[in-house]
Design a protein around this ligand. Structure first.
Ligand code: PGA
Length: 247
């Protein structure tokens, strides 16, 4: 079965609106409009609206890095899925390990965010992954399977076609410590089997992806793309990664 390919850049808390626009001006000419992969930039909230104007007329989509599940209300500092869609986002990352670890997000929070994103017509990129201790204990696959089941609980298999998943082992994020391609492939295969209805869902690998190592991941049959942190901050490096994802 051929699944769609996806390459998303997670900028985390980097780039002002002006820096984001400068990135877009350098990046757009490097991405072929007929690239057979979806390319998504996930800047901080403050750069979303300015980037919409820069990306108009291109095939490059925008995503946010987080969302709150309530549609509106007295939730100081929070941003709803409808607000994201309104400002031009089509994707949103939910459950990134930095949100889970630094901001205490639970699987149930991730589930509510995933549903809110789907309700607003956004594609959630649901991130899961194990820490090093869990991997060393030999519990990585069970941990990731449990995360996926809890994060997607109650979502119909019909709707699961409209999400993406990112497998990001925490020990490989921003560490330069690579998760081998075949290890990533095995974990992703296990994710795909953990819940019925994920046959057509793109599942990405994330964790120290670079232009130099992406080809090895994309040779693996279960890996449909990449969620890229550090290397997505440079337009040339990220364009090379997007090209490799489309191969
Ligand atoms: P990294 O980050 O590519 O810098 O390891 C990936 C991520 O956190 O999504």
């Amino acid at each position: 079965m051929s699944r769609r390919r996806l390459c998303a850049g997670n900028w985390k808390m980097y780039k002002t609106a002006e820096e984001a626009c400068a990135f877009a001006r350098a990046f757009v000419p490097l991405v072929s409009p007929s690239l057979p992969a979806e390319v998504v930039l996930c800047p901080p909230f403050t750069a979303l609206c300015p980037l919409v104007a820069e990306l108009r007329g291109t095939t490059i989509a925008l995503g946010a890095q987080d969302v709150y599940w309530e549609p509106e209300g007295a939730y100081t500092g929070a941003i709803s899925a409808r607000m994201l869609a309104d400002c031009g986002a089509h994707y949103v990352i939910v459950g990134h390990s930095e949100r889970r670890q630094l901001f205490g997000e639970s699987d149930d929070d991730v589930r509510k965010k995933t549903i809110a994103a789907l309700d607003a017509g956004l594609t959630p990129i649901v991130a899961v992954g194990e820490g090093w201790e869990i991997r060393e204990r030999g519990d990585a696959e069970a941990h990731v399977r449990a995360q996926v089941r809890a994060s997607l609980q109650g979502i119909s298999s019909d709707r699961l076609r409209s999400i993406a998943i990112a497998y990001e082992p925490i020990w490989a994020i921003g560490s330069g410590r690579n998760c081998g391609a075949s290890l990533a492939n095995d974990a992703i295969g296990c994710i795909r089997e953990s819940v019925a209805g994920l046959e057509e869902t793109p599942i990405l690998y994330g964790g120290s992806v670079k232009a130099e190592n992406i080809a090895a991941y994309m040779r693996e049959p279960e890996i449909d793309g990449a969620l890229v942190g550090g290397a997505s901050l440079d337009p040339h490096a990220f364009a090379r990664i997007c090209d490799a994802v489309a191969q």
